[in-house]
Design a binder for this molecule. Structure first.
Ligand code: SF4
Length: 332
């Protein structure tokens, strides 16, 4: 009797994810960067590993050590700088949540659905987060549902991470099915940077599942620079928008990357062309290892004024800072 061989075909985005760069020298060769320059900074990968998809790397300018996308991912010696006020847990999250659930805001509960990301952003406020302690499985789902049912104020679930879209479509759909059965819930929100670094992650099947839900679905992207918006991403976002998913974007203000009114103006314009509304422009969370990305409040406010002059109001993101323990983001 012949044996049947079962071949599981991974979705395209998972195949692309497996091709990611994790070695700075390999990335340097791909981008034709001076290998000695990369070697000078390589030790910082011990603090936070390099991870970047080939798609995101393909959007960088070869040979440019100051490329705004490269600066967001390449380990840098500046990460060893210790600066007062820059700490490992700037939002005091590490002891407040358990079992993958953070209940920071009155009407919303945040689920750390998956710990991993498709890209390691050097400025990430969760770069020291103990993801291994925050597993979200069946037992944690049952606890989440109990938490929601016991608190009538909660009407929205936010899927976060890491990156929640590291979960498969089936996993997200199963969770959605459970949440749809809780009458008090109105919305599901997904915070993800994955579409930017892997546009193929925006599958049509996931868009259709979310669009057919009784919960209103919102996808909050994380895009910092117009060069991150590739034609593939725009095309996928247009499909999601047409399916009925609300699309928003949040950016982090980063020195050397996007602390420039012209860059931020172009970002807002390009987002809107892809049916995405600019939502927040965040001041950097003061995480240890990222102080070289900090922009002063005075510069941030001056940039906001220029954006207000350049753009219609609906394309100006809210300039905010997250303060540990505050019930909402703090406008600057
Ligand atoms: S994708 Fe988001 S959570 Fe992941 S490293 Fe970047 S900023 Fe942090």
């Amino acid at each position: 009797m012949s044996k049947l061989k079962i071949i599981s075909v991974r979705p395209q985005w998972q195949q692309e994810l497996a091709q990611s760069f994790t070695d700075p020298q390999q990335l340097a060769r791909f981008l034709n960067l001076p290998q000695q320059w990369v070697a000078q900074h390589e030790a910082a990968r011990r603090l936070f590993p390099l991870r970047v998809t080939r798609h995101f790397a393909s959007l960088m300018e070869p040979g440019n050590t100051g490329d705004p996308l490269l600066l967001q991912v390449l380990p840098h010696a500046n990460e060893f700088i210790e600066r007062e006020g820059f700490i490992t847990d700037p939002l005091a999250e590490q002891n407040t949540g358990k079992n993958g659930v953070l209940h920071k805001y009155k009407s919303r509960v945040l689920v750390i659905l998956r710990g991993g990301c498709a890209i390691n952003c050097r400025y990430c406020f969760r770069r020291h987060f103990p993801y291994a302690d925050h597993h979200f499985g069946q037992a944690e789902l049952a606890q989440l549902l109990t938490l929601i049912e016991q608190d009538p104020n909660i009407n929205e679930v936010i899927l976060s991470g890491g990156d929640p879209l590291m979960a498969t479509d089936q996993h997200v759909a199963q969770l959605l099915t459970k949440l749809e059965q809780v009458p008090q819930l109105k919305r599901i929100r997904i915070h993800s940077r994955l579409p930017v670094v892997l546009p193929s992650r925006l599958t049509e099947s996931l868009a259709q599942r979310l669009a057919s839900s009784r919960l209103q679905a919102i996808l909050v992207l994380h895009i910092n620079h117009p060069n991150e918006i590739s034609p593939q991403l725009t095309q996928a976002l247009l499909f999601w928008a047409q399916a009925g998913i609300t699309l928003l974007n949040q950016s982090v203000l980063l020195a050397g990357v996007n602390d420039d009114a012209k860059v931020l103006t172009e970002l807002s314009e390009m987002l809107f062309s892809a049916r995405v509304l600019p939502y927040y422009l965040h001041q950097l969370d003061r995480v240890a290892g990222a102080s070289h990305f900090a922009v002063s409040d005075a510069v941030a406010r001056a940039l906001l004024q220029q954006l207000q002059a350049n753009l219609p109001g609906f394309l100006v993101p809210k300039l905010v800072r997250e303060v540990a323990g505050e019930p909402s983001k703090t406008p600057l």
